[in-house]
Design a protein around this ligand. Structure first.
Ligand code: GLY
Length: 419
């Protein structure tokens, strides 16, 4: 099968890598891709948020499946346009992708479907924000209602910071704080049936000990040895199936991957957020552990034929990924810094490097081109071994201003406070 994969991050390099080892996949086209995807696929220059341009490229390449990686093309209606052109597409239509694109819409779906989540108020004025902050108290959780590339959420004990963030957004959702370890559970769906993937954990704050600003994610690991048994099945039963059923009831069926970001609170699991696509960087570790060939299940989702009771195979062992970020990420990251040391990193047994924000200059020199530059992945018999491997490999990377967290997968998360 020929695949056209849209996107340019570490997630897309991880998806391309998983498709590369799938015997059913003959050719991978990536648009626009990065310097890493260029090594295993054919990259194409493309504005992935332009449905007309995407359909034009897809008609020229005639892939058996178009896979949409990031959220922006989903919100722009690219999946709708690809499907209307007659090609199978993995990723929800714009109407269903609003579950990520609007925090208020996600709350509406959860309320209608009885999905457990934090109490919340949708606020469009300073007075409404002040009332909601009074109601819920600190720590304050203020979420931009729209897309913000992982940077729209502020969690703070400082009231002025919370109010400033709300003032910078058109409309916000102010929520009660959820206390407890966070877990990401992805589920594949064809609009009716649902298959969960391996639960993972990511690290959203920029610096060690969960300090600093929120980012798109600074590292991740899977599996989660400390997670309650049956977690993925519980998430499917209490979160994913009800949400998918509610979207189907509204005649906006959800086909693609639904990402449930959860807090495991003392009162049970609660949804923190939904995303309408594979998470980044969790995908890098989850797909590393996937034993089932990827293209078949993505195609079944796209074509509406995911068999009930499908169970994916998972490789034994563990994977940890650490994001190497550019100077000043997540503010205004520096770009154009030469990157060295990838070959040395990949000589560490069990380690490899996925590209995120990278490109080659006209002389072929690898340069940084985004905030999250590389995802170094370490694989081992358990989390401790994978962690040792990944940090040995990260130490080989050389880039001016590079920074990374040193505590990814360091310790099991602390339990939530008692009720
Ligand atoms: N890792 C968080 C996200 O993908 O949004």
């Amino acid at each position: 099968m020929r695949i056209l994969l849209l996107g340019s991050g570490g997630r897309e390099h991880a998806i391309a890598r998983a498709l590369r080892r799938d015997p059913a996949v003959t050719v991978i086209h990536c648009a626009p891709g990065n310097a890493g995807t260029a090594e295993i696929s054919e990259n194409h220059v493309l504005d992935v948020t332009d449905p007309v341009a995407v359909v034009e490229l897809a008609k020229r390449l005639r892939p058996g499946l178009v896979v949409i990686g990031p959220e922006a093309p989903l919100m722009a209606g690219v999946a709708d346009a690809v499907r209307q052109s007659g090609l199978p597409c993995f990723g929800p239509d714009a109407a269903a992708a609003r579950i990520e694109g609007s925090k208020a819409f996600a709350k509406e779906i959860m309320a209608a479907a009885g999905v457990p989540t934090a109490a919340a108020r949708v606020c469009a004025s300073a007075a409404e924000v002040a009332a909601a902050l009074d109601e819920f108290g600190p720590p304050y959780v203020v979420k931009d209602d729209g897309l913000a590339a992982g940077k729209g959420v502020v969690v703070t004990r400082d009231r002025a910071t919370a109010e400033r963030h709300a003032a910078d957004c058109d409309r916000v959702v102010v929520e009660a704080y959820l206390d407890g370890p966070e877990v990401s559970v992805f589920a594949l769906s064809d609009g009716a049936n649902v298959v969960p993937l391996l639960p993972a954990q990511d690290f959203k704050r920029a610096y060690d000990h969960d300090e600093g600003p929120n980012t798109g994610g600074m590292g991740a690991y899977a599996p989660l040895p400390w997670a309650p048994p049956g977690l993925a099945e519980e998430v499917v039963a209490t979160v994913v199936r009800p949400a998918i059923a509610e979207l189907a009831r509204r005649e906006t069926p959800y086909s693609g991957l639904l990402y449930a970001g959860l807090a495991l609170t003392a009162h049970g699991l609660r949804v923190v957020e939904f995303n309408a696509r594979f998470g980044d960087p969790e995908t890098q570790v989850v797909l590393d552990r996937l034993g089932t060939p990827l293209s078949g299940v993505l195609q079944e989702c796209a074509m509406g034929g995911l068999p009930p009771g499908t169970a994916l195979e998972w490789l034994p062992g563990a994977a940890v990924t650490v994001v190497v970020a550019a100077e000043n990420y997540p503010g205004t990251p520096a770009k154009g810094d030469p990157i060295a040391g990838i070959d040395e990193a990949e000589r560490v047994p069990g380690a490899y490097v996925l590209h995120a924000g990278t490109r080659r200059d006209h002389e072929g020199v690898l340069m940084s081109a985004g905030g999250r530059v590389l995802n170094v992945v370490g694989v081992g018999a358990d989390i401790a071994a994978a962690r040792k491997t990944v940090y040995e490999a990260v130490g080989k990377i050389r880039m001016r201003g590079a920074h990374y967290r040193t505590d990814i997968a360091a310790a099991p998360p602390s339990s939530p406070s008692s009720p």
